[in-house]
Design a protein around this ligand. Structure first.
Ligand code: SF4
Ligand code: SF4
Ligand code: SF4
Length: 257
């Protein structure tokens, strides 16, 4: 144990499960804001940057990635049991994310194609988001997470304040940013059905919305139907595009305390 771990600051630990670790990269890229956070907490475990392990409970566990085998399930349950507050960050953790595409196929077929004839030696389960296995106190959506939102959620967690995940369509932010709608350019975009909170990040940068923050709980169905009719879209096209991030069934993740 290092001397810095003896302070009275909240003890925070970062953990990763099935993911690309891109959301950890977002943490590393927080710049000055990261220094502010590091001044307010003791990071006691973070596999990417330190080898120390903490043997007491955590004040805040910050978890990236989804649950894809029995070992991961046991591990997240142990982390949950030791954590006062648990934050699931990134689409993989919040809604299953791209790992959820596995759920479109027969599990043995997937295992065989990945591991070959000895596939039964390798543990695998259907993909689940963190909140589908243990209680989650805070959720940060996005692939990767949107840094301002990640900061806001960490601050709320440290202060014991609630954070409400935005539940309106990305279009509402996109309009405020005065983007030319992708549909006007002949490209299908998932903004009308996707939870806002990223400040229409992808569209601002010339891309479509891929639905990485999950479905809004009450889509503006009138507006969405209007889009489908106006641009003569096939509803299956929209559904197929959503499959990239949203194949873990119960996509609604808990927003705050
Ligand atoms: S949410 Fe996206 S960026 Fe973050 S770990 Fe998962 S795949 Fe990577
Ligand atoms: S459909 Fe896409 S591009 Fe058009 S307003 Fe909505 S988010 Fe923006
Ligand atoms: S615009 Fe859509 S795909 Fe891009 S970050 Fe926002 S929710 Fe995710």
């Amino acid at each position: 144990m290092t001397k810095k771990n003896v302070s009275n600051k909240p003890k925070a630990a970062f953990f990763d499960f099935a993911c690309c670790e891109g959301c950890q990269l977002q943490v590393a890229n927080l710049g000055e804001a990261l220094l502010d956070i590091l001044g307010a907490i003791d990071v006691v475990e973070f596999r990417e940057v330190m080898s120390e392990k903490w043997d007491k409970d955590y004040d805040v566990a910050i978890v990236e990635g989804s649950i894809t085998d029995h070992h991961a399930e046991e591990r997240i349950k142990k982390i949950r049991a030791r954590s006062r507050v648990l934050i699931a960050y990134g689409a993989c953790a919040a809604i299953g994310g791209v790992n959820g595409m596995k759920n479109s196929f027969d599990l043995d077929e997937i295992r065989r194609s990945v591991y070959g004839k000895d596939y039964k030696l390798f543990d695998s389960t259907p993909t689940r988001a963190i909140h589908q296995v243990v209680k989650v106190d805070y959720t940060v959506n996005g692939c990767p997470v949107y840094p301002p939102e990640l900061l806001e959620v960490i601050k709320c967690a440290l202060r014991g304040l609630a954070y409400t995940v935005p539940d309106k369509p990305v279009c509402s932010e996109c309009k405020l940013n005065e983007n030319v709608c992708m549909y006007e350019r002949g490209v299908a975009c998932l903004g009308p059905w996707t939870k806002a909170g990223c400040n229409s990040w992808c569209v601002n940068n010339g891309n479509i919305c891929y639905g990485c923050r999950g479905l809004v709980s009450r889509p503006a169905s009138g507006a969405a139907e209007e889009v489908i009719m106006k641009y003569n879209l096939k509803p299956e096209l929209i559904k197929n595009k959503f499959d990239m991030y949203n194949k873990c069934g119960e996509a609604e993740a808990k927003g705050g305390k």
